[in-house]
Design a protein around this ligand. Structure first.
Ligand SMILES: O=P(O)(O)OC[C@H]1O[C@H](O)[C@H](O)[C@@H](O)[C@@H]1O
Length: 557
């Protein structure tokens, strides 16, 4: 006998439609409801939403979701073919379809002691060879055997790069700067195209003992080219040698374009190469990271790669329901696509991670800040949220007011470090420990307040103290046991794979960045307009830009 339902039009089931229905259903429940007040169910939910991998722990229990949500999200990932696409990424398939190339940043951290997956062998061997050459250069500087143009040993490195050639190495240098290391040199990062970061360095560094690292995948980026020209002019002038001589003694080039480095004057022995199949924002692990190795030592750089590699293997082999990068990606996609939350804050509770928001802005927004899918059609759903943030405790004194009582819903990652190494002095250590404790307490309190709002106030005091804290702001707490090289490597690789998983969910190519090109072209023609006299205003179509050009020229005379 037919069931009474069999004649009805069957409902078209897709994981996405199911997730939308589930989201509607969940809207009725606040985070206060989900976190419960000591109920067993709430406790079980919290337990099921916390995950540990090595020295990383992630707690999703303050996200607006249940274990059922995670199961539905997992179905969605499976229906998008995540497992096969993950395999293809590691096997060197041409996943960057618009540029017809692989995305093999994972090869840059594949250790020589382990057989790489089929398809990655030659890439891993190439990266290992360059890593060896990089280590030799670092050793030459550390042992005092790299001499500048006037015969003095190197004391300072000026790393000149921008975007992916700057943000990753700078973040790691800052994060690990307080560690005892074998470093014999100081490292300074220069990225802004106006030369503002170079000027003070030119005032205080010794030109005879300064080595430039010109880091640029394309070797054409104007910001970097102009900075390096100014730096070479400074060294040449100060040392009374020509620029070619400076290049021979005090310049290392890192790029995917060896021919351009040669044309520029970087001697072949001072060139480090990575291939096109490592994207700029994924290039920290390549010789782009040389300044980290210069500052902190090769052992430390290797530990960074080991942490990233451990995360690669976890990502490659772990089922989705326990796979940290996949879970972070799914939770992020849930917030933007199903809960319609348009912005995501990254809030490190550790001053050493102050550049994490900027690093993740490039990684996530340049990768998935797109609206045209792999099929060439406009997507009909949300993609990457606007990512922003700052050091959490400082943000508390600035923008948290809006997060607690404003009108916007925001999701957040709180990133905290459980313990830090002490210094030699007992008295200072005690004081530092108290600061560590204070910071962690603030991190946990803010995460709680984001989630619960006024409900964070104990029941008995609620009537007296309620102040309109909105709560219901979903957030994850990412806890690192210590901020060591391994942990930061694992953390950054986790976010890299998050980006990849989200690109699979959203059907995007995360490895190109076509939207950044036109601005550069427009600037090139405006550059000419500003350089030539008289200025050809009639070439500038819009009156706003024309009048600004006029004003700029008037004030530059
Ligand atoms: O390393 P480079 O070729 O100098 O590129 C530096 C940066 O500039 C570009 O505009 C891209 O948007 C970034 O993805 C890249 O990391």
């Amino acid at each position: 006998m037919n069931s009474p339902l069999s004649s009805a039009t069957p409902r078209v089931y897709t994981p996405v439609s199911e997730l939308h229905l589930h989201a509607e259903h969940l809207q009725a429940q606040s985070l206060s409801d989900l976190l419960g007040s000591g109920s067993t169910a709430a406790q079980q939910r919290a337990n099921a939403l916390a995950f540990t991998f090595g020295s990383l722990h992630i707690d999703f229990s303050k996200q607006r979701l249940t274990t059922k949500t995670l199961m539905l999200l997992k179905d969605w990932a499976e229906s998008c073919g995540l497992a096969a696409k993950r395999q293809a990424l590691f096997a060197g398939a041409k996943v960057n379809t618009s540029e017809r190339r692989a995305a093999l940043h994972v090869a840059a951290r594949w250790p020589s002691s382990e057989t790489p997956p089929e398809g990655m062998e030659s890439a891993a061997a190439f990266c290992q060879h360059q890593r060896k050459r990089m280590a030799e250069m670092v050793e030459r500087v550390h042992s005092g055997k790299w001499y500048g143009a006037t015969g003095q040993a190197i004391t300072d490195i000026v790393h000149i790069g921008v975007g992916g050639s700057d943000l990753g190495p700078k973040l790691v240098s800052e994060a690990l700067a307080d560690r005892p290391s074998s470093a014999k040199v100081n490292v300074h990062y220069v990225s802004t195209m106006d030369g503002a970061q170079l000027l003070p360095l030119m005032e205080c560094l010794n030109p005879a003992t300064t080595l430039l690292v010109l880091a640029s995948k394309s070797f054409t980026t104007a910001d970097t080219q102009f900075n390096v020209r100014t730096a070479l002019a400074w060294l040449s002038h100060a040392l009374e040698v020509d620029e070619a001589t400076v290049c021979c003694h005090q310049l290392i080039g890192v790029s995917s374009k060896p021919e351009k480095m040669t044309e520029f004057g970087v001697p072949e022995a001072q060139q480090l190469v990575f291939k096109e199949w490592i994207g700029g924002r994924f290039s920290l692990w390549s010789p782009i990271g040389i300044s980290v190795a210069m500052q902190l030592g090769v052992v430390c750089f290797d530990a960074l790669l080991e942490g990233a590699h451990a995360m690669d293997k976890h990502f490659l082999h772990t089922p989705i329901e326990e796979n940290l990068p996949a879970l972070v990606a799914l939770v992020g996609a849930w917030n933007s696509q199903f809960l319609n939350i348009p912005t995501h804050a990254v809030l490190p509770y550790d001053g050493r991670l102050k550049s994490l928001p900027a690093y993740l802005q490039q990684l996530e927004m340049e990768s998935n800040g797109k609206s045209v899918g792999l099929d060439g059609r406009s997507v009909t759903h949300a993609t990457c949220p606007i990512l922003w943030g700052d050091v959490g405790p400082n943000g508390q004194h600035a923008f948290y007011q809006l997060l607690h009582q404003g009108v916007h819903t925001v999701s957040a990652d709180f990133v905290a470090v459980a313990q830090r190494a002490g210094v030699g002095c007992e008295k200072i250590n005690r004081s530092l420990k108290a600061q560590e404790q204070l910071t962690l307490a603030h991190c946990l309190a803010q995460s709680q307040l984001f989630a619960l709002g006024d409900d964070a106030i104990p029941q008995a005091l609620r009537g007296l103290m309620a102040q309109g804290y909105r709560g219901n702001q979903p957030n994850s707490v990412v806890l690192l046991k210590t901020l060591d090289a391994w942990s930061i490597g694992a953390l950054l690789a986790l976010y890299e794979h998050k980006v990849f998983v989200q690109s699979v969910l959203w059907n995007l190519n995360p490895f190109d960045q076509p939207g950044v090109e036109l601005g550069k072209r427009l600037a090139t023609s405006l550059y000419q307009t500003l350089a030539d006299e008289p200025v050809e205003y009639q070439n500038v179509e819009d009156p706003s830009t024309a009048q600004l050009l006029h004003k700029v020229n008037e004030w530059r005379k």
